[in-house]
Design a protein around this ligand. Structure first.
Ligand SMILES: O=C(O)CCC(=O)C(=O)O
Length: 279
């Protein structure tokens, strides 16, 4: 059986449940869960797509290591329509179905995918942040995957602050290099608390190849640099469930989605963000 057929069968298995009741409760309570082994057959496919983007970055490709810092921290996003491996993962893997289950949604749309690589010896950390304030969407029924494509250790894994998706206000988004405000008007956001003060429960997931960390767009997350001897590639995809709507944040978001032509409160347009799973 070809890999494509096998993966299609996986996604469309009628009635197949990917999550246990405990995992669904944990997703609601903690805003993040580790899903073990489900994406084993996809690691090679995603690595192939990842290499294509590295060799031919898109318009959003960005180097995060500058000046005297060491290593390389490169990221890029919104390439899935031109990278067949990513398109197949979005349309044929159980990823969208799992987000449907985790969020109790009737339908799931793809928002975008994202790649991140930290080469060995990269000092640059990923600062603690929430993704939602950077996005042109609002909603609670959301799911982002973080799928390592190289073996990871607690030294270079993504870390999440459990329960932070339920904080009463969104955190002020900022430019990672300078901490300058992302938007001109941001008085309605709150400042990031000191996550390392000991008051917060931080999950540092233990993951193997084929595992995924699934987290809510509001869950605070961050990662150290990569001081190991191995590359650390991570592939991510952001999916949107039933209650997700467009919001005009008063400035360019990340990703920017120029020309989206929606008003606050509109459903996300299906020609740009296709429905990839229905219950
Ligand atoms: O891989 C990282 O260091 C950061 C990942 C991240 O922030 C994300 O996927 O939203």
């Amino acid at each position: 059986m070809s890999v494509t057929k096998q993966n299609s069968t996986e996604k469309h298995s009628p009635g197949k449940k990917w999550l246990t009741e405990e995992q669904k409760v944990a997703y609601e309570r903690d805003g993040a869960i580790v899903i073990k082994g489900v994406f084993k057959d996809w690691v090679e496919t995603l690595r192939a797509g990842f290499d294509k983007v590295l060799n031919d970055p898109g318009e959003h490709g960005r180097e995060n290591v500058t000046g005297t810092e060491t290593g390389r921290f490169f990221e890029d996003y919104c390439n899935w329509q031109r990278i067949p491996e990513f398109k197949r993962w979005i349309e044929e893997s159980p990823g969208a179905a799992i987000v449907g289950e985790a969020t109790g949604s009737e339908r799931v749309q793809v928002f975008h995918e994202h790649i991140l690589v930290k080469e060995p010896g990269t000092s640059k950390a990923t600062p603690w942040h929430q993704d939602l304030p950077y996005y042109c969407v609002e909603g609670d029924q959301t799911g982002s995957y973080w799928i390592p494509l190289d073996p990871i250790t607690p030294e270079n894994a993504l870390q999440v602050v459990l329960g932070s998706h339920r904080w009463p206000k969104l955190i002020r988004p900022s430019k990672w290099s300078t901490n300058a405000s992302w938007y001109k008007e941001d008085s309605h956001f709150m400042e990031m608390p000191n996550i390392d003060c000991g008051d917060f429960e931080i999950m540092i997931p233990e993951m193997e190849l084929g595992d995924a960390l699934l987290f809510n767009f509001k869950t605070v997350h961050g990662a150290p640099g990569n001081q190991t001897m191995n590359r650390r590639r991570a592939f991510s995809t952001r999916f949107m469930g039933d209650d997700v709507r467009y919001i005009d944040r008063g400035g360019a978001t990340s990703p920017p989605f120029d020309g989206i032509n929606l008003n606050t409160g509109d459903r996300m347009r299906e020609d740009w963000f296709p429905v990839v799973w229905r219950r």
